[in-house]
Structure formats: C-alpha cells, structure tokens
Design a binder for this molecule. Sequence first.
Ligand code: S3P
Length: 172
Amino acid sequence: MTSEAERLTLVLVGPMAAGKTSIGRRVARRLGVPFVDTDKRVAAEHGPIPAIFAEHGEARFREWERAAVATALDEDGVISLGGGAVTDADTRALLQRHPVVFLTVTPEAVADRIAGTGRPLLDGEDPLSRWRSIFEERRAWYDEVATTTFDTSRRPMQRIAEDIASWRRELR
Ligand code: S3P
C-alpha cells in the first residue's frame, strides 16, 4: 500500500481565470504525474457546466463537483478545482491533508481572460465587477485551505508552473 507521504498530490484553487487549468497542466508535466481538471470530469459525466447550472442549479453542481474532487484526490497527480469548489465545507474538509496552492490574480490581469468564456456566474452585465465581488466573498475560504500562494498576474504561466513544481518537489 502506498502511504499518504509517498503520494504526489497537488491541488490548485483560486478564483475564476486565475490560470488553474493552464498552470496545473504545466505543473503536472514537469512533475511527471497525471493532470485532472475537476470541471472537466463533472462535464464529462453530467454535461456542460452552463447547462448544469441552468437545469439543476448550483447546489447540485457543488455535489457533483465534491464527488469529482474526492475521486481525484484518491489518484496521484495535479488537480485543478473550479473557482467555487471551496465554498462547499465538505470539499474544504477533503483538502485538509493535501498540499494546496492558492493562485491569486489581480482584476486588471483577469479582465481580458474572462471575456465571453461561458462561466454562468459571470453571465450578465459587468462580469469584472461580479468576478471581484465573488473573489472577495470567497477569499477567506481560499486562505483557509491554502498551503501556499502564487500570483499569476504578471509572469508567464510557464515560469509560474516551474516555481510551483519546485515548491512541490521540496515537500516530498
Ligand atoms: C465556478 C468556476 C468555474 C466552474 C463553474 C463555477 C465558480 O471554474 O467550476 O463555472 O463558482 O467560481 P473556473 O474557476 O475554472 O472558471
């Protein structure tokens, strides 16, 4: 049996468009482990996220997301969570025994990244101010689960991924 200490898991959390998926994929490649995006897992099983929100509501999405997080944590690898996964207390509890990187980003840097990306919670007028207030509402939860924080606003994703991979290697 593999002990918890020998397994390589690394979880990425943070607000929408912080770069969790693009950085996560690069970190996984550097560490030579699989990459899992829990949004993709949920969508593969239950259909597109906007349709889930529209037809079943956010609460049901959080349940399916929590199940996807639990399954992913049982596998080795780098796991990117959707921005709102930390709003669920049971999902936060699942993260307790794993290294968690909180990716931060400034509103200035995120503005171009969120345009027309089909995120249901940013639908409507002024997506940037919605993004800001959602981030502020959740910031304490990100801090609660985070082992460390990296900012993704200015440096190339590639460089940030290298730093995160080095940080994770040193934890072994
Ligand atoms: C959400 C973020 C999305 C996705 C869903 C809800 C959120 O993931 O899980 O649209 O509540 O912040 P990204 O953070 O990858 O955009």
